[in-house]
Design a protein around this ligand. Structure first.
Ligand SMILES: C[S@@+](CC[C@H](N)C(=O)[O-])C[C@H]1O[C@@H](n2cnc3c(N)ncnc32)[C@H](O)[C@@H]1O
Length: 256
């Protein structure tokens, strides 16, 4: 082979190798920064182990199932809580005989309905969101399940609603809170919930792993807010904690 031809072959080979490495690196970075997904939303099709888990453990109320299927038609359905996680939250709420629950971030109301089904007939779920359109999707399902009367929907910033509850003298009267709204206010929601929850009550905080981005937050404000709260809770002597890798990560905080 003459030297010109050899250089050309070498050049093409180097270009090909560069392309392969580039694609591999891109895939790695992409999957790391954007791997947040709720596999169980659509029944975990294509993930046999997750499918097995759901088929052998998910006991979803028929109306919850209907609401999950309805929510799947929404473009933002990734926001919906994972059904196996919601089941854990309901089991915990029942275990501590929760009557008063706070849901921060309702979306289409899957977990709001889940909690309303978990509390007794005289129980209450204060459901906080800023978007009535999302809640309107869930409302007919709350009614169909016969628990609409237990849900106190408040459409305004969750921070305002939590302040109202505190001003109404309801500190230390709630049993369970689920924090699942705007990530920038996670620290604030945590502190206010800690005031509202009784001793022995539980605060569950969603998305604490944020698709793995907590490993390298960079300058992303949402990720930084989550990592800051994770570190704060780890050192918080007012509570016992468990961080679970279920769905997008959930921290269970048990108030001492
Ligand atoms: C991840 S979704 C909640 C999912 C829900 N927990 C479920 O069971 O599917 C987050 C919700 O937080 C709401 N949100 C965003 N900012 C908020 C704020 N400042 N106060 C209250 N809700 C807020 C959004 O409108 C959205 O519906």
């Amino acid at each position: 082979m003459d030297s010109g031809r050899r250089e050309m072959v070498l050049g093409v080979t180097a270009l090909g190798a560069g392309l392969v490495v580039g694609v591999w690196l891109g895939k790695k970075l992409f999957s790391h920064r954007y791997s947040r997904s709720n596999k169980s939303h659509g029944g975990a099709k294509g993930d046999p182990l997750m499918e097995y888990l759901l088929q052998n453990s998910l006991r979803e109320h028929p109306v919850l199932k209907k609401l999950r299927k309805r929510t799947l038609k929404e473009p933002g359905n990734l926001m919906m809580v994972a059904c196996e996680e919601a089941q854990l939250l309901a089991n915990l709420a029942k275990l501590i005989k929760a009557k008063k629950v706070i849901e921060i971030g309702v979306y289409t109301g899957y977990n709001t309905l889940n909690m309303a089904l978990a509390v007794p007939a005289d129980g209450r779920v204060v459901a906080c969101d800023i978007n009535m359109d999302f809640a309107n999707i869930g409302k007919p399902f709350w009614k169909e399940a016969g628990v609409e009367h237990k849900i106190d929907l408040r459409i305004k910033s969750a921070s305002e609603t939590l302040d109202e509850l505190l001003q109404a003298g309801e500190a230390e009267t709630y049993d369970f809170a689920f924090i699942d709204a705007d990530k920038l206010n996670y620290g604030l929601y945590y502190e206010k919930c800690l005031q509202l929850i009784r001793k022995g009550g539980i605060i569950a905080i969603d998305n604490v792993l944020w698709g793995g981005n907590v490993l390298s937050p960079g300058n992303d404000a949402d990720t930084l807010s989550i990592t800051k709260l994770n570190e704060r809770i780890y050192r918080d002597s007012r509570v016992n904690i468990t961080m679970l890798s279920i769905a997008d990560g959930v921290t269970l905080v048990f108030k001492l």
